[in-house]
Design a binder for this molecule. Sequence first.
Ligand SMILES: [Zn+2]
Length: 270
Amino acid sequence: MLSHKTSVHFVNAEGHGNKMMLVPTFVLLYWKKFLLIIGFVMTILLVIIGIFIYQKTSQHYQAQLERANYVRKQIDLQKLQQSFKSIDESINKVNQFMTARGLHSLKMKKIDQNALMMQDVNKMSALYQKNIQKLEENVVLIPLGKPYEGKITSHFGTRANPFTGHGSEGHSGTDFRGKMGDPIMSTAEGKVSFAGQKGGYGNCIIIDHGFNLQTLYGHLSKINVKVGDSIKGEKTIGAIGSTGRSTGPHLHYEIHFKGERINPELYFNF
Ligand SMILES: [Zn+2]
């Protein structure tokens, strides 16, 4: 049956150039089914080609997307590194300042970079940076540490009368025993608001630090500053003495907050 062939004659209308073809007989008998199979095969081929093209283009798109993401990440990382560098510098400045004041350095945990790799990482580090800068600006104006490294001989509060030994009196600051002429430092940056004789304080300096904070240094033998002077960084402002109501060379140190005398020892450490 399969090898059976039928001859087909193509007859030209003008009578010449007639053609004859041998066609397998089953093709002529089942031509509809034949067409269907060919159509089916073509459809499958087209689908396969379509899938192939789609995969190729989506792979390309994916690669482009990955590259874009990589570039974006690189930019974020650079900004992040800059921000961290700036933060580190600020912390270093604060640490230097506090070390100079005899205070323990501000310890900051190393921030897990993965934890920071969130969507608004730039926003977050900018905020971080701003806060640290503010801290740095403010911390230099806050009286921290001691104006003189000497033994504390009298605390803030009620104490026995140092002159008579009888009864008690309020002590408005902290006393440091010292050597006559030893230099004393301002505990923060600020502006000199008083420099001169002040009753029982003897030779006295008052420095205004803003934030309603003032510091007072009394019984000095020497005053190195004058009213209106700006005090920046580490600066010797005067020398230990025994002027005013004093029983021997010492520094009387006060901190005023909103016009009230507060315990300076609260500010000796962070
Ligand atoms: Zn005192």
